[in-house]
Design a protein around this ligand. Structure first.
Ligand SMILES: [Zn+2]
Length: 178
Protein backbone atom coordinates (compact mmCIF):
# COMPACT_ATOMS: atom_id res chain seq x y z
CA UNK A 1 0.00 0.00 0.00
CA UNK A 2 1.47 3.34 -1.03
CA UNK A 3 0.04 6.61 0.17
CA UNK A 4 1.20 9.76 -1.60
CA UNK A 5 0.51 12.33 1.10
CA UNK A 6 -3.20 12.03 0.47
CA UNK A 7 -5.54 9.80 -1.47
CA UNK A 8 -6.07 12.29 -4.30
CA UNK A 9 -2.52 12.08 -5.53
CA UNK A 10 0.80 13.80 -4.97
CA UNK A 11 0.88 16.93 -2.92
CA UNK A 12 4.34 18.48 -2.81
CA UNK A 13 5.32 19.81 0.60
CA UNK A 14 7.94 22.50 0.72
CA UNK A 15 10.77 22.57 3.22
CA UNK A 16 14.31 23.66 2.50
CA UNK A 17 17.34 22.05 4.08
CA UNK A 18 19.11 24.13 6.72
CA UNK A 19 22.36 23.95 4.74
CA UNK A 20 20.88 24.17 1.26
CA UNK A 21 21.49 20.55 0.26
CA UNK A 22 20.84 17.17 1.89
CA UNK A 23 24.50 16.18 2.07
CA UNK A 24 25.67 19.60 3.32
CA UNK A 25 23.03 19.45 6.06
CA UNK A 26 23.81 15.86 7.03
CA UNK A 27 27.54 16.48 7.37
CA UNK A 28 27.21 19.78 9.20
CA UNK A 29 27.32 20.18 12.95
CA UNK A 30 24.22 18.53 14.44
CA UNK A 31 23.42 17.31 10.94
CA UNK A 32 21.16 14.38 11.94
CA UNK A 33 19.23 16.62 14.33
CA UNK A 34 18.70 19.22 11.59
CA UNK A 35 17.48 16.51 9.23
CA UNK A 36 15.06 15.22 11.88
CA UNK A 37 13.66 18.72 12.28
CA UNK A 38 13.27 18.97 8.51
CA UNK A 39 11.53 15.56 8.39
CA UNK A 40 9.23 16.46 11.28
CA UNK A 41 8.18 19.71 9.66
CA UNK A 42 7.14 17.87 6.50
CA UNK A 43 5.41 15.17 8.55
CA UNK A 44 3.44 17.89 10.31
CA UNK A 45 2.38 19.44 6.99
CA UNK A 46 1.49 16.01 5.59
CA UNK A 47 -0.61 15.26 8.68
CA UNK A 48 -2.70 18.37 8.12
CA UNK A 49 -3.86 17.03 4.76
CA UNK A 50 -5.51 14.07 6.52
CA UNK A 51 -7.83 16.24 8.60
CA UNK A 52 -8.29 16.37 12.36
CA UNK A 53 -6.40 13.70 14.29
CA UNK A 54 -8.20 11.45 16.73
CA UNK A 55 -5.28 9.26 17.83
CA UNK A 56 -3.96 9.92 21.32
CA UNK A 57 -0.26 9.19 21.04
CA UNK A 58 0.55 10.80 24.38
CA UNK A 59 -0.72 7.60 26.01
CA UNK A 60 2.06 5.53 24.47
CA UNK A 61 4.89 7.99 23.90
CA UNK A 62 6.23 10.57 26.26
CA UNK A 63 6.97 13.14 23.60
CA UNK A 64 5.69 11.96 20.22
CA UNK A 65 7.44 13.51 17.24
CA UNK A 66 5.52 14.60 14.16
CA UNK A 67 6.98 11.58 12.38
CA UNK A 68 5.45 9.36 15.10
CA UNK A 69 2.10 11.05 14.60
CA UNK A 70 2.20 10.67 10.82
CA UNK A 71 3.15 6.97 11.05
CA UNK A 72 0.36 6.36 13.59
CA UNK A 73 -2.10 8.16 11.35
CA UNK A 74 -1.12 6.17 8.26
CA UNK A 75 -1.38 2.90 10.19
CA UNK A 76 -4.82 3.93 11.35
CA UNK A 77 -6.05 5.02 7.91
CA UNK A 78 -4.81 1.89 6.14
CA UNK A 79 -5.36 -0.55 8.98
CA UNK A 80 -1.80 -1.84 8.75
CA UNK A 81 0.80 -2.79 11.36
CA UNK A 82 3.57 -0.58 10.08
CA UNK A 83 4.31 2.32 7.78
CA UNK A 84 7.60 3.37 6.25
CA UNK A 85 8.29 7.06 5.74
CA UNK A 86 10.18 7.86 2.55
CA UNK A 87 10.88 11.50 1.62
CA UNK A 88 11.49 12.28 -2.03
CA UNK A 89 13.44 15.47 -2.54
CA UNK A 90 13.18 17.65 -5.57
CA UNK A 91 16.89 18.28 -5.84
CA UNK A 92 18.22 20.88 -8.14
CA UNK A 93 21.73 19.69 -7.27
CA UNK A 94 22.46 16.50 -9.12
CA UNK A 95 25.30 15.25 -6.95
CA UNK A 96 23.18 14.13 -4.02
CA UNK A 97 22.85 11.19 -1.69
CA UNK A 98 20.01 8.93 -0.60
CA UNK A 99 19.92 7.54 2.90
CA UNK A 100 17.92 5.99 5.70
CA UNK A 101 18.02 7.52 9.18
CA UNK A 102 17.74 5.87 12.62
CA UNK A 103 17.32 2.36 11.23
CA UNK A 104 18.57 0.76 14.44
CA UNK A 105 17.05 3.26 16.87
CA UNK A 106 13.95 2.58 18.91
CA UNK A 107 13.37 6.00 20.45
CA UNK A 108 13.10 8.10 17.31
CA UNK A 109 11.13 7.16 14.17
CA UNK A 110 13.17 6.02 11.21
CA UNK A 111 12.74 7.40 7.71
CA UNK A 112 14.45 7.43 4.34
CA UNK A 113 15.33 10.29 2.01
CA UNK A 114 15.61 9.58 -1.71
CA UNK A 115 17.42 11.89 -4.13
CA UNK A 116 17.90 9.68 -7.16
CA UNK A 117 14.52 8.52 -8.31
CA UNK A 118 15.62 5.26 -9.84
CA UNK A 119 13.60 2.24 -8.69
CA UNK A 120 16.62 0.38 -7.29
CA UNK A 121 17.50 3.25 -4.96
CA UNK A 122 13.90 3.71 -3.83
CA UNK A 123 13.57 -0.01 -3.01
CA UNK A 124 17.02 -0.04 -1.34
CA UNK A 125 16.16 2.82 1.02
CA UNK A 126 12.71 1.40 1.73
CA UNK A 127 14.20 -1.98 2.63
CA UNK A 128 16.41 -0.25 5.22
CA UNK A 129 13.21 0.69 7.06
CA UNK A 130 12.45 -2.99 7.37
CA UNK A 131 15.83 -3.97 8.75
CA UNK A 132 17.95 -4.58 5.65
CA UNK A 133 21.58 -3.51 6.04
CA UNK A 134 24.02 -2.05 3.50
CA UNK A 135 26.21 -4.62 1.82
CA UNK A 136 28.39 -2.27 -0.20
CA UNK A 137 31.67 -0.94 1.10
CA UNK A 138 31.53 2.74 2.05
CA UNK A 139 34.12 5.16 3.46
CA UNK A 140 32.39 4.69 6.81
CA UNK A 141 33.44 1.05 6.96
CA UNK A 142 36.59 1.53 8.99
CA UNK A 143 36.99 -2.02 10.27
CA UNK A 144 38.92 -4.46 8.10
CA UNK A 145 36.67 -7.34 9.18
CA UNK A 146 33.50 -5.48 8.25
CA UNK A 147 34.91 -4.59 4.81
CA UNK A 148 35.94 -8.19 4.26
CA UNK A 149 32.47 -9.47 5.21
CA UNK A 150 30.86 -7.09 2.72
CA UNK A 151 33.35 -8.05 0.05
CA UNK A 152 32.36 -11.70 0.50
CA UNK A 153 28.64 -10.81 0.47
CA UNK A 154 29.03 -8.83 -2.77
CA UNK A 155 30.79 -11.75 -4.44
CA UNK A 156 28.33 -14.36 -3.21
CA UNK A 157 25.22 -12.29 -3.95
CA UNK A 158 26.05 -10.36 -7.14
CA UNK A 159 22.44 -9.17 -7.60
CA UNK A 160 21.79 -8.03 -4.03
CA UNK A 161 19.85 -4.77 -3.92
CA UNK A 162 21.52 -3.70 -0.66
CA UNK A 163 24.87 -3.78 -2.49
CA UNK A 164 24.10 -2.61 -6.02
CA UNK A 165 21.13 -0.24 -5.77
CA UNK A 166 22.22 1.91 -8.73
CA UNK A 167 21.68 -0.91 -11.23
CA UNK A 168 18.46 -1.66 -13.11
CA UNK A 169 15.92 -3.03 -10.65
CA UNK A 170 15.07 -5.90 -13.01
CA UNK A 171 18.52 -7.35 -12.42
CA UNK A 172 18.35 -7.08 -8.63
CA UNK A 173 16.93 -9.19 -5.84
CA UNK A 174 16.91 -9.51 -2.07
CA UNK A 175 19.30 -12.28 -1.15
CA UNK A 176 18.85 -14.74 1.70
CA UNK A 177 21.40 -12.68 3.63
CA UNK A 178 18.99 -9.80 4.15
ZN1 LIG B 1 21.79 1.82 2.07
Amino acid sequence: MIDFHNDDGTLPLESNFTRKTLSATLFSRNGPRLLDKWADKIAKDALKTYGPDTIDLAATKLKPKDRDKLIARLRDIHGCDNAGLVYFINNYYTNEISLAMHTSATSTPEYAIVSYKNPGTIAHEYLHLFGAIDLYISPFDRGKASRKRKQVAMERFPNEIMAFAHRSIDSLDVSTLN
